[in-house]
Ligand binder design. Sequence first.
Ligand SMILES: Cc1cc2nc3c(=O)[nH]c(=O)nc-3n(C[C@H](O)[C@H](O)[C@H](O)COP(=O)(O)OP(=O)(O)OC[C@H]3O[C@@H](n4cnc5c(N)ncnc54)[C@H](O)[C@@H]3O)c2cc1C
Length: 373
Amino acid sequence: MKQCEVLIVGGGPAGSTCAWKLKRAGIEATILDKKIFPRDKICAGWVTPAVVEEIRFDIDDYLAGGRTLQPITGFITGLIHGKEVRSEYTKPVSYGIRRYEFDAYLLERAGAHVADAAPLKTLVRKDDHWVANDAIEAKVVIGAGGHFCPVARSLGVQLGQAETIVAAQEIEFPMTDAQQRDCLAEAHLPELYFCEDLKGYGWVFRKGDYLNVGLGREDNHRLAEHVAAFVQWLKSKRKVPQDMPEKFGGHAYLLYNHAPRPLVAEGVLLIGDAAGLAYPQSGEGIRPAVESAIFAAETLIDAAGNYSPERLAPYQAKMIQRFGARQAKSFTDYLPEGLKRMIGARLMGSPWFTRNVIIDEWFLHSKQAVLVA
Ligand SMILES: Cc1cc2nc3c(=O)[nH]c(=O)nc-3n(C[C@H](O)[C@H](O)[C@H](O)COP(=O)(O)OP(=O)(O)OC[C@H]3O[C@@H](n4cnc5c(N)ncnc54)[C@H](O)[C@@H]3O)c2cc1C
């Protein structure tokens, strides 16, 4: 039986950031991931400067490996079938990355012992420790396995019907020279178009030679139809190549306020999508994933080998202090649908509202201070 102090299930941004932070404090973690890295992850691949700072991301080192890092200096927004509003800035306000490269880079940088192609199949509590896959003994387990995290499942989380998910479809592909000439989407200006019922939005995001197109809704009915109609509309505006590939991949995740998942259990912390942390308005999940990972690592470092419930409780307290208590309903949920659509259409067309509220507040969280780890 292999012994380890900390077992992290999932090597995405949450798991790798937690291992990286622990390693800097002299604690070796073991990471299990069911996939072999580099691996694809369905995602638009947009990260905010806060993430870059919080994980001490070395842009020059990243670029030296020939990886894609697209500076973003603004956004084009609007309603699907509505008019476009451009919000531009004088310096990069975000970056576009490819998850295939970004996640592998972070995992390697973490310097943890990584077992990939190693899905967690069983997790059993024995006395004061955990036994994973009948092969690894760990004093504490971090569930970082994304939306379908088996650690969350083992805590009794009912995945599926019991949760209000964001259902999303996305495609990312390298454009041929002819497609690049045909595509009017600009690399530094991702485009975000909201559904008329405001239950989600679609995007087109050019990153270097790659194009990423997708749509997510907090409602999983007729998603494929929404996606097909969105792509047709983008084609009519020449925002995507006419002959773009058609096979989209699908994935789900949870917005913070609507996630009924625990953060802490006996000998376990859930972080990232496993805990359901994405920002409610934008669906950005990478920043909450790395922030929760940093809080989890800090909690384990302070626990100094004693992972009793009292010593793990500070993780939950830090999360609530940072993200607030989860609130299942907001005041807009009480507005009639028609009124909501009317107000939405009016506000989406306003350059002031778009820049100050939609972009600065909801998407860039410019008032949320960078976490000083
Ligand atoms: C279509 C779409 C677009 C998105 N776009 C953005 C965006 O542009 N910007 C942004 O910030 N967020 C975006 N998000 C959200 C973002 O992708 C997630 O919030 C983020 O990936 C969470 O990171 P994580 O490490 O918690 O989980 P993940 O990145 O999902 O990593 C989980 C890891 O766990 C592993 N795993 C799963 N099951 C097991 C198992 N049984 N055993 C072992 N390992 C396992 C997986 O292989 C994976 O490597 C998007 C999400 C979707 C669906």
